[in-house]
Design a protein around this ligand. Structure first.
Ligand code: SAM
Length: 353
């Protein structure tokens, strides 16, 4: 093992900060043993704040109708082969009812940018969920909205908001999105969300088209500076009906390495082992957790729509990805020394240690 590489990892563990050039070394130059050393440090850091607990979130995919046309996404507006659906407020409440019995205490409402979900509609849904389940957290992941809208949703009871920035590089953003979408607005939304009091999640795809190792180093520098409460990263996976159908998928190993880096950068960050990781590798979720992730988000959408929220080819939605299989997921996680807890799963406070 290269001593300089190990000392970089040690320094990241202690100071939670490296330069962009140093992040590039971790991304580009680690061998397998050094990679294992990084994972071990990340896992120990996760355990320091969260023990062996894994938080679960019930993911409710509320609509695959989207006005945007992101070049990578299977539910992009121009995909005529996408069979569109939208859940009603009653459908969403019924998902929460089912999830609560299964032990979920966070519900994540995610969807395309569907004009049906106005502030009034969403505030109505939020107050019904919060009235029925005051002990639960609600996370929204509904894309770009105005600062005023975010603040209304927060006031109506939403706790957290996930908005992946997708790439920290403005030029790269332009290669992944149509001109109607801008990197500056995406970043402004993240600031607005924080300003409104949300626990904020950002994130990016690993191995998205045109991404370079230097850009990945930039992602880590961005995460270090922005300090998100949550960070969703997963490998890019092509979708057959998008412009990027012929690009290769991102790497599971690189995603895991970045998860470890992010854990060391922000020890208390809520870090999911994503569905995309589970889709590319049968043990992807476990691998993510062994590299420092502490959240899994099983699918709580009605079974009739699950296959329609197809962001990329072969996206998992059944088997252990299904909320109903939470006991089987628990057994799998126990086999790697972790346990699912029935809790809201808020971010640990640094002064709790
Ligand atoms: N509309 C909301 C938004 O823009 O944040 C939430 C839904 S969006 C479909 C959720 C995430 O799916 C995106 O942030 C993106 O990172 C991810 N995603 C979309 N297409 C993907 C693909 N082909 N491979 C991997 N992840 C993808």
């Amino acid at each position: 093992m290269n001593k300089a590489h190990l000392s970089l990892i040690d320094r990241l563990e202690k100071t939670h900060s490296l330069t962009k050039d140093e992040y590039l070394i971790l991304i580009r130059d680690l061998d397998d043993e050094e990679d294992a050393y990084l994972a071990k440090k990340a896992l120990a850091t996760k355990e320091q704040y969260y023990g062996n607990s894994i938080f679960i979130r019930g993911l409710i995919e509320v609509s695959n109708i989207c006005k945007n046309d992101c070049y990578y996404c299977g539910i992009r507006a121009s995909n005529r082969n996408c069979d569109r659906y939208r859940l009603t407020p009653d459908d969403i409440l019924a998902c929460c009812d089912e999830g609560y019995v299964l032990g979920f205490r966070t519900f994540v409402l995610q969807g395309g940018e569907d004009g049906f979900f106005t502030d009034d509609v969403l505030c109505g849904i939020l107050s019904r969920i919060k009235e029925r389940y005051p002990d639960c957290a609600v996370t929204l992941s509904l894309g770009e909205r105005s600062a005023d809208s975010y603040c209304r949703l927060k006031a109506a009871g939403a706790d957290r908001y996930l908005l992946r920035h997708e790439t920290a590089d403005r030029t790269h953003y332009g290669l992944l999105h149509p001109p109607s979408l801008s990197w500056d607005n995406r970043m402004q939304c993240l600031c607005d969300l924080r300003e409104c009091g949300f626990a904020v999640g950002c994130g990016f795809m690993v191995g998205s088209p045109f991404q370079t190792e230097e850009m990945l180093a930039g992602e880590l520098a961005f995460i270090e500076a922005f300090k998100p409460d949550m960070c969703g990263i997963g490998p890019f996976i092509p979708h057959k009906d998008t412009d990027f159908r012929d690009f290769g998928a991102g790497s599971v190993a690189m995603t895991c390495r970045l998860l470890s880096c992010i854990r060391l950068i922000h020890p208390t960050v809520l870090l999911p082992a994503t569905t995309a990781l589970g889709t590319l590798h049968p043990r992807g979720r476990e691998m993510g957790i062994l590299h420092g992730a502490n959240v899994v988000m099983p699918n709580l959408s009605p079974t009739s729509v699950r296959k329609k929220y197809m962001l990329y080819d072969n996206k998992l939605s059944d088997g252990d990805e299904s909320a109903q299989a939470v006991q089987s997921l628990r057994a799998r996680l126990q086999s790697i020394g972790c346990d699912i807890v029935v809790a809201r799963g808020d971010r640990a406070q640094i002064n709790e240690i």
